[in-house]
Design a protein around this ligand. Structure first.
Ligand code: NAP
Ligand code: MG
Length: 508
């Protein structure tokens, strides 16, 4: 990984970088056919930084046509797996060379701290792409135990044209989670980033051309969800949509599929994730460090944010105190200053929504332990990390995904109650459990309805483990690991009769 630059060096990159604003279709940078654009704003300064192409149905049709002809021509879909691996690994190298530039583009649009993008998002995205690239020429098919008269071959084939519809909270990382396995398996991919965060994705698609990914195989369409996203969802010649975002929009993709061509839909959606800390948890200082990371990392704009702390009554006071203490190590301010751990909230609209939840928490009777206010940092959208105590499981702040820096502390009397409260949610993405009794922690992990449960730590596993949700948190598949390859492929059986023709047999 490249080392961090100074605040001044990042600012000078931000002031001088060319900003990619057009869609990338068929290997060319193109304005929307309609000529329409929309503004993208830096949430840390409130300034409009660029006007981005607003792609409509005509642009979607063109991109799908290019994607389909690349797929049918076999330039990528039938390329030798070793060749796809080589090119994807080259993409990793080219991205690595341009890491500072990508980080600045991403930070300017999202408000994310440059420190996180440089030290977590980009290294993890590169590792993810490298891992899936490496898997390309190592995955075998199967034969079935069907007897000596038959050769049965079970193979996986790429689906065809895959649309990836993405959120704004981890633009580069979510892109890597989707395109890694989708491109490794030979599909043509069309990416629609979230409206707020387009530029790092557009730049990566340019770099992909430089790395040798054929035109039409990795395209980017920018534009609003209701326009570009819906046109992708309804398109009759798209084979799959891989979506990450809210459960409400996820449902829409299932509807689009039902109303169009029954395209495959995989959804990674939101969460209201619990963190259970039992009475016997070891070293509350270390637990506090994980909890702080689990809820405030990326300003809480994180699908697996542990926004509900479900803690045993005997240790509650001490743990909350330790978390407040830890927060001193999380300076908030200018996202381009690598000393800051907390940046801006992605947009004014989302800022207002989080502040609305904080107001609601107060009015429903929860007690603010720390934070609770907008942070005065220039003209941008900044919110102090906020901890609510005395939260009951029925309060709005304990039920709805806030997607901001807000922790709700719920006190329980024992482990059974903790599990009941943890599962009392329509979501089921992630959870964590802290206890010195590993057997008990494992039993709780099995009882929790969530796709990933961490014990005595917080995280999402690594690229080798599947990630996705139960209940309203997901549908149809998993990101990461070899399981992700399954969702971007069709399973095919080829059955050949090889019995000896000289031996007579009855044909039914
Ligand atoms: P979102 O509003 O659901 O948007 C996600 C994507 O869908 C965006 O590209 C959006 O486009 C598009 N979209 C919106 N309305 C659409 C429509 N009617 N038809 C088709 N497409 C449409 O989510 P977000 O606000 O970007 O991200 C936050 C959510 O994502 C949270 O719920 C979070 O938990 C979830 N998330 C989940 C994971 C995971 O792995 N499980 C990871 C990260 C985030 P526009 O924004 O351009 O309108
Ligand atoms: Mg949105």
């Amino acid at each position: 990984m490249s080392s961090l630059l100074t605040r001044e060096e990042y600012q000078s990159l931000a002031d001088s970088l060319p900003l990619p604003t057009n869609a990338l279709i068929g290997g060319k940078s193109r304005a929307a056919r309609s000529g329409e654009t929309f503004e993208t704003t830096n949430p840390a300064t409130g300034q409009v930084i660029a006007k981005i192409a607003s792609c409509g149905k005509a642009d979607v049709d063109l991109a799908v046509e290019k994607a389909r002809s690349a797929f049918d021509a076999g330039v990528w879909s039938r390329a030798h797996p070793t060749e796809r691996k080589r090119v994807l690994r080259k993409l990793v190298k080219v991205m690595e060379r341009n890491a500072h530039e990508l980080a600045v583009l991403e930070s300017m649009e999202s408000g994310k701290p440059i420190y996180d993008i440089e030290t977590i998002d980009i290294p993890e995205a590169l590792h993810c792409l490298e891992w899936h690239a490496e898997a390309t020429d190592k995955l075998y098919g199967q034969t079935s135990p069907s007897g000596d008269d038959v050769v049965s071959v079970i193979i996986r084939q790429p689906l065809g044209v895959v649309a990836c519809v993405l959120p704004w909270n981890f633009p580069i990382l979510m892109l890597a989670w989707k395109i890694g396995p989708a491109l490794s398996t030979g599909n043509s991919v069309i990416v629609k980033p979230a409206e707020q965060t387009n530029m790092s994705t557009l730049r990566i698609a340019e770099l992909a051309l430089e790395a040798g990914i054929p035109s039409g195989v990795f395209q980017v369409l920018t534009g609003p969800g209701e326009l570009t996203g819906q046109a992708l969802g309804m398109h009759p010649d798209i084979d799959m949509v891989a979506f990450t975002g809210s459960s409400d929009v996820g449902r829409k993709f299932l509807e689009y599929s039902a109303r169009s061509n029954l395209k495959r839909i995989v959804l990674e959606c939101g969460g209201k994730n619990p963190c259970i800390v039992l009475e016997d948890a070891e070293n509350l200082d270390v637990v506090a460090q994980y909890v702080t990371q689990a809820v405030f990392w990326n300003m809480g704009e994180n699908c697996s944010s542990n926004s509900r702390l479900i803690v045993h009554e005997k240790i509650k006071e001490r743990l909350v105190e330790a978390i407040v203490h830890k927060l001193r190590e999380w300076p908030l301010g200018d996202p381009l200053d690598p000393g800051n751990r907390l940046g801006a909230i992605v947009s004014k609209e989302h800022f207002d929504s989080i502040m609305g939840y904080i107001k609601k928490g107060r009015s429903e009777g929860a007690k603010v332990v720390t934070g609770g206010n907008a942070h005065k940092s220039g003209k941008g959208c900044f919110i102090e990390p906020t901890i609510f105590d005395n939260v009951t499981p029925s309060m709005t702040i304990a039920r709805e995904e806030i997607f901001g820096p807000v922790l709700s502390v719920i006190t329980v009397a024992n482990a059974d109650e903790a599990v009941r409260v943890a599962n009392d949610t329509p979501y089921g993405l992630a959870a964590s459990v802290f206890s010195a009794n590993l057997g008990k922690a494992h039993r709780i992990a099995r009882d929790i309805q969530a796709g990933t449960v961490t014990i005595n730590c917080y995280g999402e596993g690594d690229v080798s483990t599947p990630f996705g949700g139960f209940k309203l948190s997901g549908f149809g598949g998993r990101d990461k690991s070899l399981h992700a390859h399954d969702q971007y492929t069709e399973l095919k059986t080829i059955w050949a009769d090889i019995s000896d023709p000289k031996v007579s047999r009855a044909i039914e």
